[in-house]
Design a protein around this ligand. Structure first.
Ligand code: PMV
Length: 316
């Protein structure tokens, strides 16, 4: 059998993080950087993993061992292989090589690896899944590893483009997004998303009515943002980003570092800025136009952020 290659893009959350865990919609966009997976069938039934970004070099995977007995970074791969074996029956072993175009945290590389690996496994075994089935298959692996998660990053990796997405893929609607210039400022701090999601869960249990009110307002922002995106209304998209950020701050998931980068971007003339993802680290995003891009980037850097160059709305 031949070596096969498959790829999937990373993501940026534009609107609606956290609320999406509670059945609300969000807007996610695929980026031009992602993950490639190469599969080389072996003569024996062993599986080995080489992943530059994760520090695995010929790491041996025994599919009989439980997912959680593996290092966190290998768990998505182990779970995907086990599920594939269970659903489609694969006997041959593989050398798996993954290459990531993004080193920084928060861009959905685990989701992209899961989707790219599944696509490679389908290719090499001659099996087929529709995009919806591919989403479901990969979302299962994500829940097995993390216990929590809406699956928005799996959807971006599976479908590409910009999506209006509801928890667990209850809606996955492609949006006709304009060319958006997004500046990404990384804090240099890695956010532990599942534990932040669980922290918000505690707040929801303690202050249910209050949290529901915030999620209702985030939902309203997402609905307005969908219209603003489809109408290419940059000024309004920016204002909605600021409104979304304020609600995330109230929810307690922003941080001093994120707020500093966001403030600098706004002062330098961005249409709007907000954190993106679980918060308390990773990165913020700012919407700009060409004329202000450099000024906004410089301002973010001057307060300690690192600019990561990505293009959004990457179609597959
Ligand atoms: O930090 P990230 O990129 O994994 O994004 C988390 C977004 C949440 O809404 C907080 C969780 C989720 O799975 O939707």
């Amino acid at each position: 059998m031949e070596k096969v290659r498959a790829q999937a893009p990373g993501k940026i959350m534009l609107f609606g993080e956290h609320a999406v865990i509670y059945g609300r919609p969000c807007i996610v966009t695929a980026i031009d950087k992602g993950v490639q997976v190469f599969l080389k069938p072996r003569k024996d039934e062993n599986v080995s993993l080489t992943a530059d970004a994760l520090g695995f070099d010929n790491f041996s995977i025994n599919l009989a061992k439980p997912v959680k007995s593996y290092p966190k970074t290998a768990q998505f791969i182990v779970s995907t292989l086990q599920n594939f074996k269970e659903e489609f029956g694969i006997r041959a072993g593989f050398d798996i090589i993954t290459k990531s175009a993004i080193k920084e945290s928060g861009f959905g590389t685990s989701a992209a690896v899961t989707v790219a690996l599944t696509k490679a496994l389908l290719r090499t075994s001659g099996k087929k899944l529709s995009k919806n089935e591919l989403f479901r298959f990969c979302y299962r692996a994500m829940l097995e590893v993390q216990d929590v998660g809406s699956g928005f990053d799996i959807a971006a990796a599976t479908f590409g483009g910009t999506l209006y997405f509801v928890t667990a893929g209850r809606a996955i609607t492609p949006l006709d997004a304009p060319y958006l210039q997004i500046v990404v400022g990384h804090t240099g701090i890695k956010a532990d998303s599942p534990s932040i999601v669980k922290d918000v869960g505690k707040v929801v249990r303690k202050r249910g009515a209050w949290a529901k009110e915030i999620f209702d307002q985030i939902e309203e922002v997402v609905r307005e943002a969908r219209v603003a995106i489809e109408n290419n209304n940059l000024k309004q998209i920016g204002e909605l980003m600021n409104r979304n950020q304020k609600l995330l701050e109230e929810l307690g998931v922003s941080s001093a570092e994120l707020n500093r980068l966001i403030g600098a971007a706004r002062d330098a003339g961005a249409y709007g800025a907000k954190l993106s993802g679980a918060g308390r680290g990773d990165f913020m995003i700012a919407l700009v136009d060409e004329g202000r891009r450099e000024r906004v980037e410089d301002a973010i850097e001057s307060v300690g952020g690192r600019i990561i160059n990505v293009e959004v709305n990457k179609k597959l």
